[in-house]
Design a protein around this ligand. Structure first.
Ligand SMILES: *[C@@H]1O[C@H](CO)[C@@H](O)[C@H](O)[C@H]1NC(C)=O
Ligand SMILES: *[C@@H]1O[C@H](CO)[C@@H](O)[C@H](O)[C@H]1NC(C)=O
Ligand SMILES: *[C@@H]1O[C@H](CO)[C@@H](O)[C@H](O)[C@H]1NC(C)=O
Ligand SMILES: *[C@@H]1O[C@H](CO)[C@@H](O)[C@H](O)[C@H]1NC(C)=O
Ligand SMILES: *[C@@H]1O[C@H](CO)[C@@H](O)[C@H](O)[C@H]1NC(C)=O
Ligand SMILES: *[C@@H]1O[C@H](CO)[C@@H](O)[C@H](O)[C@H]1NC(C)=O
Ligand SMILES: *[C@@H]1O[C@H](CO)[C@@H](O)[C@H](O)[C@H]1NC(C)=O
Ligand SMILES: *[C@@H]1O[C@H](CO)[C@@H](O)[C@H](O)[C@H]1NC(C)=O
Ligand SMILES: *[C@@H]1O[C@H](CO)[C@@H](O)[C@H](O)[C@H]1NC(C)=O
Ligand SMILES: *[C@@H]1O[C@H](CO)[C@@H](O)[C@H](O)[C@H]1NC(C)=O
Ligand SMILES: *[C@@H]1O[C@H](CO)[C@@H](O)[C@H](O)[C@H]1NC(C)=O
Ligand SMILES: *[C@@H]1O[C@H](CO)[C@@H](O)[C@H](O)[C@H]1NC(C)=O
Length: 477
């Protein structure tokens, strides 16, 4: 640092001492006039450390309060960590008693090393659930320990079955300042019984999530491993200021609908530094479906997803939809690595969804062994009921995709909009997919926009508004 500053300090002390200084002044004046550049940059001095740029974090969205006033252990509430004793009562009693501190400094519940079997329990406000090293919370194998709750208004029913839905293993509703963290502990949903119910078509009600937080604000989930969720693993819905970072999320690659993280009708969400290996999308942004989602009108916006790595053989790395009826906007997806997966980036929608997807930036995505690198798909006729409005079409616009590099890619991008609505202002720049066979062409329907520097070369539809340069597509980074 000193090295870079010194010439400028000397220069300020005695600007006329040398012709060197005069030259500098001339250069600075020229530089400032040309492009408002800083003097240091003009003469080629790097800012103190270019590393700082890479360490950009969005985690300040969670506002740390004061440390919790009370810290207790689940053992104080009769918990037994032997892997077989049920701790449902202990967890519920602990939260009930610790909730009395919510307005008085908050509380932390520690879970020591051990295997803590439990049914579903709720969290409270100003509360930290802390899993110590070697602590593992295990989901009960009795479906009755996952009682039924109301469906979400933006879904109108359970996502996979009509009527109510099973509650998540760890649940929160209407809370502020909740932290789930620890020193490399884990929460294992033991979801196999639920996957089997799904596979053998004997599931009566929609499966529960591993963690679902509803109608809440200021949430942090970090530094843990989540395993074997029955259904989507982490589901923040109708929430704001949610940070999910440094998480490992694992489920068998063939387990059904075990999405990693599904921010749903939520705003100001930060997902970073996560490793996810599962049977469905690593991260999927949602906002309700069809007439229920349109009526609820709860968008997902201001979402950053960065430094996520993972694999999902039949689904996508980062997806938006297919439930997007409340709208999805202002999304930044960057520095993602997806391998051995069906697709890396996917926008999903359907006739009847309505809603919008707009202002989406996806940049610096690396892919290895991915079938379809970028995919816009128009849905699988998946609707809550027959009352959806087939005229409710999604509006998709302002999607900037840049700096994608893939090896071992099977197919060119598949960009299929929906008849009657054109996906507009799609900008794709600097993408290279190696391994694609010569005869494979981009598939483009009902999409408009521009593509620059693409391998293999793009479809004609997207070049339709191409000039030699572009003010809007060329400038994104
Ligand atoms: C949580 O703590 C904050 C202050 O730290 C307080 O303003 C708020 O009312 C508390 N929340 C509840 C539900 O008691
Ligand atoms: C947990 O909260 C839900 C509401 O979101 C409620 O239906 C359920 O009864 C609560 N469970 C317990 C054990 O308090
Ligand atoms: C991530 O979490 C692990 C524990 O799961 C911890 O050992 C590690 O220090 C954390 N890394 C960061 C950068 O927080
Ligand atoms: C965290 O725990 C898992 C097992 O639960 C272990 O495989 C992993 O190495 C641990 N990571 C750290 C950083 O301690
Ligand atoms: C379906 O799977 C569940 C959970 O493993 C099992 O209890 C049930 O017997 C299975 N039913 C059929 C018809 O195979
Ligand atoms: C599903 O419903 C059937 C019939 O009422 C019942 O026998 C079965 O136990 C239920 N399954 C679950 C997982 O609750
Ligand atoms: C994760 O763990 C690391 C290492 O113990 C710690 O420095 C960091 O504060 C933790 N991060 C969060 C967000 O809890
Ligand atoms: C999204 O972020 C911007 C800029 O930080 C902020 O002005 C806006 O209020 C946020 N939107 C929502 C819905 O929170
Ligand atoms: C691109 O993303 C990778 C992670 O996949 C990261 O290591 C790299 O630093 C990123 N590059 C830039 C220029 O941010
Ligand atoms: C990806 O799949 C290939 C086989 O298709 C396998 O050899 C390789 O080990 C997998 N990579 C990882 C990191 O799992
Ligand atoms: C999309 O971005 C533009 C330009 O920044 C802004 O004017 C518009 O409000 C954004 N749209 C949404 C739905 O946030
Ligand atoms: C194109 O994208 C690759 C991969 O992210 C990146 O390394 C390269 O610098 C980009 N090129 C330009 C001209 O932006």
């Amino acid at each position: 640092m000193d090295v870079y500053i010194r010439p400028w300090v000397q220069f300020l002390k005695n600007p006329w001492r040398s012709s060197w200084a005069v030259l500098c002044i001339a250069l600075v004046i020229l530089g400032l006039t040309w492009n408002q550049s800083t003097p240091a940059r003009l003469i080629g001095f790097a800012p103190s450390s270019s590393q700082e740029v890479d360490l950009r974090s969005c985690s300040a969205l969670y506002l740390h309060g004061r440390p919790r006033k009370i810290v207790s252990s689940i053992k104080e509430f009769g918990g037994v960590g032997d892997g077989t004793t049920s701790n449902t009562g202990a967890f519920r009693k602990a939260v009930e008693q610790l909730s009395t501190y919510a307005a008085d400094g908050g509380a932390q519940l520690n879970v020591p090393a051990g295997r803590w079997l439990t049914g579903s329990f709720n969290l409270t406000s100003n509360f930290t659930l802390f899993l110590e090293e070697g602590a593992c919370i295990l989901g009960s194998q009795d479906p009755q320990d996952w009682p039924l709750i109301e469906p979400l208004p933006s879904y109108g029913r359970g996502r996979e079955r009509l009527g109510p839905r099973h509650i998540s293993l760890i649940h929160g509703n209407g809370l502020t300042d909740v932290v789930i963290t620890g020193n490399n502990g884990s929460i294992d949903g033991q979801g196999r019984i639920w996957w089997e119910l799904w596979w053998n078509k004997t599931l009566n009600y929609t499966r529960g999530h591993l963690v679902e937080i509803m109608n809440s604000n200021n949430i942090l989930i970090s530094n843990l491993t989540f395993l074997n969720s029955p259904f989507w693993t982490i589901h923040p819905v109708y929430c704001s200021n949610v940070v999910i970072r440094n998480m490992t999320i694992l489920a068998p690659l063939n387990s059904p609908n075990t999405d990693g993280i599904d921010p749903d009708s939520s705003t100001n969400v930060c997902i970073e530094d996560c490793y996810i290996k599962s049977g469905d999308d690593l991260v999927a942004i949602k906002s309700g479906w069809d007439h229920y989602g349109i009526k609820a009108a709860r968008p997902s916006s201001n979402i950053t997803i960065q430094r996520v790595t993972g694999t999902t053989p039949t689904c996508s790395g980062i997806g938006i939809g297919s439930e997007m009826s409340g709208g999805v906007s202002n999304i930044l997806i960057r520095d993602i690595y997806v391998y051995n997966s069906s697709s890396a980036l996917r926008l999903k929608s359907d006739r009847g969804r309505g809603g919008y997807i707009t202002n989406v930036t996806m940049t610096n995505i690396t892919m290895l062994h991915v079938k379809i690198p970028v995919r816009f798909s128009r849905g699988a006729n998946d609707h809550p009921d027959q009352n959806f409005d087939p005229k409710a079409l999604p509006r998709v616009s302002n999607v900037y995709i840049s700096n994608l590099v893939g090896e071992g890619i099977s197919r060119a991008p598949v960009l299929e909009g929906i008849e009657g609505t054109v996906y507009e202002d799609i900008c794709i720049r600097n993408v290279s997919f190696r391994g694609v066979k010569m005869k494979e062409k981009w598939t483009c329907q009902f999409v408009k926009g521009e593509v620059f520097d693409a391998l293999p070369s793009p479809c004609d539809e997207l070049l339709s508004r191409n000039g030699s340069t572009s003010s809007w597509c060329g400038s994104q980074n």
